[in-house]
Ligand binder design. Structure first.
Ligand code: UGA
Length: 440
């Protein structure tokens, strides 16, 4: 099938490349000329395991191409995914300016049937707005009367990819959700995903849009629940790791996304929780539960900072080593990373920061001023008064703790992800603080 993807950001690029991988001819579009030039040479703007190799392969096979022209993509394909950004406005609403703009440009270029699919995470009712925008702007030569004479369908097909394992998630989806309003649209979408033999959930467009927001909000709720529990564990002297293990074996609860830490970050959960709260508010429902989820997430970072302040006693002029800056492992993405609030607050109090992240140093340089970037773990901890573990990269698991202790000024470790919970660091002479381990 000939498919175009408008927006070659994280979601668009991964979706486009993976659709080529399952046998389709794909055109990826972006307004950023530099990005498109680089992509044509298979230079990938993000770090995502496996993506670069696939881009190279399908460019060579000529089933994947890149352009800046929506007009060209609309002309050459009948199926168009919209995967442009939907950033948060100040009030938490999703800003749909880019979605509207793209829908209008598709409409102006259309001369035959198109299936227009929203892939970006959008609030309910966006599908209806896209349909109206297309109807109002459809290529004037082809419009008769007030209604467009060119047939088109709008559909919703939310994505559930996780950064760091996006290619694998695409190839092995738990489910594919499609929100459609015609049999024709359903047939095309089923055909697109047929090679993956997925569990399909077919519904109306509004429900599909809600499924995406509800899924991310629910996962954020699980994380905040675990983080709230970690606070209780600290106070009563219980161990969060055992508590969630004991809960997680219950199939109705499940273990995943119950890891307490320094709060969720990234480009999705914080933005989507905000947008879902706003959507509910606008429709007359006060989603108080989600407001608490958001508050707990903020408080979790504050309580980590408070612990550091308390144990370091004086933060001013202390050198703090940081392992991990990205919002989670296997990505260089710094968007809403918990490391940002934590480091900036400690810098405000006069701490000097030395940090190491295996992939995110370049993206982090756009966020942090006055950080020393180390080349490896040991460079980051040398002469430090304490160490913060902020992202649980695999390569941080098995490090030489003897060497670490010798290099540090003061052997204090604040483990924001409970990565070292089983390392017996106290026995090795460290003062060790995890999250929710019953010791404040
Ligand atoms: C999330 C969802 O998991 C995807 O299904 C969804 O498609 C994506 O958002 C999106 O909407 O595009 P992602 O943001 O890549 O994916 O990352 P996650 O793996 O979900 O992690 C999000 C944050 O939660 C990270 O900061 C992570 O450290 C934190 N987290 C996760 C915890 O603190 N505890 C956990 O148990 C799990």
């Amino acid at each position: 099938m000939n498919i175009s993807i408008i927006g070659s950001g994280y979601v668009g690029l991964v979706t486009g490349v993976c659709l080529a991988h399952i046998g389709h001819n794909v055109i990826c579009v972006d307004i950023d000329e530099e990005k498109i030039k680089k992509l044509r040479k298979a230079l990938v703007p993000i770090y995502e395991p496996g993506l670069g190799e696939l881009i190279k392969k399908y460019i060579k096979k000529k089933t994947l191409s890149f352009t800046t022209s929506i007009k060209e993509a609309t002309k050459k394909t009948d199926v168009i995914f919209i995967a442009v950004g939907t950033p948060s406005k100040k009030n938490g609403d999703a800003d749909l300016t880019y979605v509207e703009n793209v829908a209008r440009q598709i409409a102006e270029s259309m001369t035959s049937y198109k299936l227009i699919i929203e892939k970006s995470t959008v609030p309910a009712d966006t599908g209806n707005k896209i349909r109206r925008t297309v109807e109002l702007n459809v290529n004037k030569k082809h419009r008769k009367g007030t209604k467009s004479q060119i047939e088109f369908d709008v559909a919703s097909n939310p994505e559930f990819l996780r950064e760091g394992s996006a290619v694998d998630d695409f190839m092995n989806p738990d489910r594919v959700v499609i929100g459609v309003e015609s049999k024709k649209a359903e047939k095309i979408l089923r055909e697109i995903y047929k090679p993956l033999k997925p569990k399909m959930v077919v519904t109306d467009i509004n429900s599909a849009e809600i499924i995406k927001h509800a899924s991310n909000s629910f996962l954020a709720t699980k994380i905040s629940f675990a983080n709230a529990l970690s606070q209780v564990c600290n106070h009563v002297g219980a161990d969060i790791l055992k508590v969630v293990e004991g809960m997680g074996y219950d199939k109705r609860i499940g273990k995943s996304f119950l890891n307490a830490g320094i709060g969720y970050g990234g480009s999705c959960f914080p933005k989507d929780v905000d947008a879902f709260i706003r959507l509910s508010e606008k429709n007359g429902y006060d989603f108080a539960l989600l407001k608490s989820v958001r508050d707990i997430n903020k408080e979790q970072k504050q309580s980590f900072i408070k612990l550091i302040e308390e144990k370091l006693w004086i933060v001013k002029n202390k050198t703090i080593g940081v392992l991990g800056l990205a919002f989670k492992p296997n990505t260089d993405d710094m968007r809403s990373a918990p490391s940002i609030d934590i480091i900036q607050q400690l810098q405000k109090e006069g701490a000097k920061i030395k940090a190491f992240d295996p992939k995110a140093s370049t993206t982090a340089k756009e966020v942090f001023k006055k950080i020393t970037y180390a080349k490896d773990v040991y460079g980051a901890v040398k002469d430090c008064d304490c160490l913060l573990l902020l992202t649980e990269w695999d390569e941080f698991k098995d490090i030489d703790f003897e060497k670490l202790r010798r290099l540090m000024n003061q052997p204090i470790i604040f483990d924001g992800r409970n990565l070292y919970h089983d390392k017996n660091l106290e026995k090795m002479g460290f003062e060790y603080y995890g999250i929710g381990r019953g010791k404040v």
